[in-house]
Design a protein around this ligand. Structure first.
Ligand code: SF4
Length: 300
């Protein structure tokens, strides 16, 4: 097929837009979507020091490449990468993430669950079994990224979340009946580095193609515990529905954005956010990471 915008060969067909795109027009389309999302949400401003949560996989490597391209000529913003080693054997070698950052000329700060919490995810799984691996890992990684980004002066934390991830999150909140998460907006919380998601409107397969076209050396390995994620069920349900109704993922992301009204914006204290009495991270009461550490110690 030929590109709908020029006469070159197309590399992708977008079912939701009906467009065939060649390599150049595809890259322009991805980057335009990401720039629009940043503008719409006022995600990057003059003076910002942006940390990219870099796992070394396709999504985070693509975001790092895009932001490096976007910000490299600006003198009023800074960019660096943060890599967290969860301690999962055979998965996410931090050297791979560091290599991606180095190839783009971006500083990369690495930290591990062992350094931050004194235990690896594999050790937690040995003690507790693997049914809760993703719940524990997600909470601990969020805490770790926030701690390291904040310690290195970040004012924004960029995540590799794509359209599929965001649509899945909205659907998961609907399926759980979690009205709070659907409607609540939160004012900035002291100690919590605000998160940004430049690829929130770019489908996962387009982020993957963008990464293949623009980034070298990213990691293909899959996490051995991925089958435990609730997200895996929601992903397959949503993918099979969206195959017949291609605009579904965009509709879910729009639903999530439209439901979180400014009128429902809460201050940190209204939302019960304080700092953890043990580790000092922002939370309501004792933070979930400290609770996980208590649970794990009981199984020593
Ligand atoms: Fe962590 Fe689960 Fe993701 Fe593996 S699949 S990295 S255990 S959240």
């Amino acid at each position: 097929m030929k590109c709908s915008k020029c006469h070159r060969d197309a590399v992708i067909f977008q079912r939701y837009s009906g467009l065939h795109l060649c390599g150049d027009h595809f890259v322009q389309d991805v980057e335009a979507k990401a720039r629009r999302a940043i503008r719409k949400h006022h995600w990057i401003q003059s003076g910002d020091r942006v940390a990219v949560a870099l796992s070394g996989g396709k999504d985070s490597s693509a975001v790092l490449y895009f932001l490096q391209t976007l910000l490299r000529k600006r003198r009023d913003t800074e960019l660096f990468a943060v890599t967290i080693d969860e301690g999962i054997r055979g998965y996410r070698d931090p050297a791979c993430a560091a290599g991606v950052a180095a190839s783009l000329g971006v500083e990369c700060v690495c930290a591990s669950f062992t350094e931050l919490f004194g235990i690896t995810l594999d050790e937690i799984v040995r003690k507790r079994g693997d049914a809760l691996s993703c719940s524990y890992c997600g909470v601990m990684r969020r805490t770790a990224l926030n701690m390291v980004a904040r310690e290195h002066g970040a004012t924004r934390l960029a995540l590799g979340f794509n359209l599929d991830d965001e649509a899945q999150s909205v659907l998961m909140n609907v399926l759980r009946g979690d009205v709070d998460r659907l409607v609540r907006q939160m004012q900035p919380v002291p100690g919590l580095v605000p998160r940004i998601k430049p690829f929130i409107n770019v489908p996962e397969r387009e982020v993957a193609l963008y990464a293949f076209m623009r980034v070298e050396g990213f990691d293909f390995s899959g996490c051995p515990y991925a089958h435990n994620a609730l997200r895996a069920d929601v992903r397959s349900l949503l993918n099979s529905y969206a195959y017949r109704h291609p605009a579904t993922k965009n509709a879910l992301v729009n639903l999530g954005e439209n439901l979180s009204h400014p009128e429902t914006t809460e201050t940190a204290s209204q939302a019960g956010m304080t700092t953890c009495e043990r580790c000092g991270e922002p939370c309501g009461g004792v933070c979930r990471t400290c609770q996980i550490m208590d649970e794990v110690r009981r199984y020593a």
